[in-house]
Write a protein that binds this ligand. Sequence first.
Ligand code: GLN
Length: 467
Amino acid sequence: MDARELAEKVRARKIDPVQSIKEVLQKIKRINAEYHYFTTICEENALEQAEQVKRNPKGKLAGVPVSVKDCICVKGVESAAGSRILEGYKPVFDATAVELLREEGAIIIGKTSQDEFGFGGFSANVGIGHQKPLNPFDRQRSCGGSSGGSAGITQKADFPHISLAESTGGSIVNPASFCGVVGLCPTYGAVSRYGLLDYANSLDKIGPMAKSIAEARLMFDIIAQHDEKDATSVPHGQRQKHKEKNPEEMRIGIISYVMGDGIAEPIQEHTKKVIERLRQKGIACKEVALPTVKEFAIATYYLLATAEASTNLAKYCGMRYGKAEQLKGNFNDYFSDVRSRNFGKEAKRRVILGTFARMAGYRDAYYLKAAKVRTKIIEEYRELFKSYDTLLSPTVPILPPTFEEIGNLTPLAQYMLDALTVGPNLAGLPHMNLPSGNAQGLPVGTLLTADHFNEHILFRLGEILEG
Ligand code: GLN
């Protein structure tokens, strides 16, 4: 049974949502004890919602359990972006995406674990006091990140379930790939960011993770609404879509540099098989080059993302926002103390990197230069979308690594592994991970990228490949 069937049965009063949520809560508690996919399981809250749905069973997600990444605000439930500095923060409102899901009868079951504020690609940079989510196929290995908890529970759940995740530079598709599930990062501006604890405002996107394309699409259609509370939310009239095409009319660009150095052997092999399958379906696949993305996307992304992150984190100084400690010394001493104690190592690294890039004297050389290169990157993609419907590459260059292997990587080596995902994120393009098989017992994913607001092409192609 998938989420659609469950909702249908709840609407027809064939399934009691209260009973079914009770069972789900028991299951996720057991899973969580072993795998750490949740920072909070909101039992009381979930049961209350289930009672409401029982009284009034309607909506596209009637009675469907939904998990929400910790950085997305859920009313009355601790929402801390996986950070100790926000421990105990219970928002008094729902993020718009959460509100829209609830209106359709979804039941929020908990907040999922992540890299602190989204700073990472392995969910290994969890906040102080938090536990790393473990890969559902091998607990020694990473779930990917930063939406690791969302991906892990999506794979592990043996009940209908969809997760609400978030990406800045790859945090939806990367963990979806490591855990073998579908993850869609929508066009920037398609889903409201209202109620999201920001990492980098010009890059953050909220999107679905699910076992199937149909379930991811179901959630996307609900949350992709214009919202006046988010100034970057794009009005519906401006969401230009290309026309629907049959497979024989589609053209896919295979990103040329993804078949060589730096891409692990099994990943290359799987990607070749996917391309073969597409060709068999009559879809034209041709190699394309993205020279600016290849050369500059990582540097551009890490300059812009850390610059924005460092300004966003400035407010967590223990006065109006963030954990308060005992007041001692002057303001500088106090806020340094609060931040030293409550931010993890990677968060501190990002604050230092980002502050440096924005400093007077360096700003033109780094931040402004990166902003210009970003425009070049967007232009490079746009040029390709004149001739291609979708671009294709693997999602991550390696199979899910062990935590020991991750510990041996320098921060820079870790950043480099984002090579395939930061491009579409910088350009605000919709992209999706499609599970495409297993190698050495671990999942491999394919990344499909489309032009702005053309999520429908990703779903269509995904369905062709999924079937
Ligand atoms: N790995 C990238 C980073 O560390 C992307 C993470 C994300 O999308 N939140 O910034």
